[in-house]
Design a protein around this ligand. Structure first.
Ligand SMILES: Nc1nc2c(ncn2[C@@H]2O[C@H](COP(=O)(O)OP(=O)(O)OP(=O)(O)O)[C@@H](O)[C@H]2O)c(=O)[nH]1
Ligand SMILES: [Mg+2]
Length: 216
């Protein structure tokens, strides 16, 4: 959900991390929020979250990132978290073709459970393993373009493009929110403010005419 608040931060944006098991979602999150990487991380059970506050176009934005389990058996739990999200990072592993082929299934999951205006970015993770590559960067670009998604290859291990991926999502969300806010302000202004001042004539019982509205 996107919230406008008054204190430590200007906005709170919920982002969900999705994709097959083992593609590196939890490490992308730990790299982004704590600058940590773990070679032997355990598969996520259900859902976990972490936050980081950063600047987006001069505003303080708190990103609340929900890291979901990629394993099929948790799908019912994890999909419940899509509903509140304003952004999604859909991750595949460039060394595992199947994880790329499953991207369309994940998109369907999002369409079924998330808000239709959700900002989606696709990330081909593990770009450090170029010698084991099973998906070309061109294939990644082509799929993203066809589906209307932003795209980057990332490496949680080398901390490559992790920051940029989140910044891109947060910027896009911010632009959508601020456009909506200014449209709402304009609409409110056009309702409450007449375009021209009007003169109200008030005639009292003695037949005198007063201009404006005042007490007798
Ligand atoms: N070489 C390399 N390995 C990575 C990278 N990111 C993650 N890994 C490794 O890939 C394995 C799986 O990473 P996780 O982050 O646990 O994967 P996940 O997507 O969270 O998996 P689930 O929780 O089961 O859905 C771990 O051994 C990580 O160390 C990366 O950028 N490069
Ligand atoms: Mg995980």
């Amino acid at each position: 959900m996107a919230h406008r608040v008054d204190h430590e931060y200007d906005y709170l944006f919920e982002i969900v991390l999705i994709g097959d098991s083992g593609v590196g979602k939890s490490n992308i999150l730990s790299r982004f929020t704590r600058n940590e990487f773990c070679l032997e991380s355990k598969s996520t059970i259900g859902v976990e979250f972490a936050t980081r506050t950063l600047q987006v176009e001069g505003k303080t934005v708190k990103a609340q990132v929900w890291d979901t389990a990629g394993q099929e058996r948790y799908r019912a739990i994890t999909s419940a978290y899509y509903r509140g999200a304003v952004g999604a990072l859909l991750v595949y592993d460039i060394t595992k073709r199947q994880t790329f082929d499953n991207v369309r299934r994940w998109l369907r999951e999002l369409r079924d459970h998330a808000d239709s205006n959700i900002v989606i970015m696709m990330a081909g993770n593990k770009s450090d393993l170029n010698h084991l590559r099973a998906v070309s960067e061109e294939d990644g670009h082509a799929l993203a373009e066809g589906e209307g998604l932003s795209f980057l290859e990332t490496s949680a291990l080398e901390a490559k493009n992790i920051e940029k991926a989140f910044q891109t999502i947060l910027n896009e969300i911010y632009h959508i929110i601020s456009k909506k806010a200014s449209a709402a302000q304009e609409a409110a202004a056009s309702v409450s403010l007449p375009s021209q001042g009007t003169t109200i004539n008030v005639t009292n019982s003695s037949g005198n005419t007063k201009k404006g509205c005042c007490s007798t």
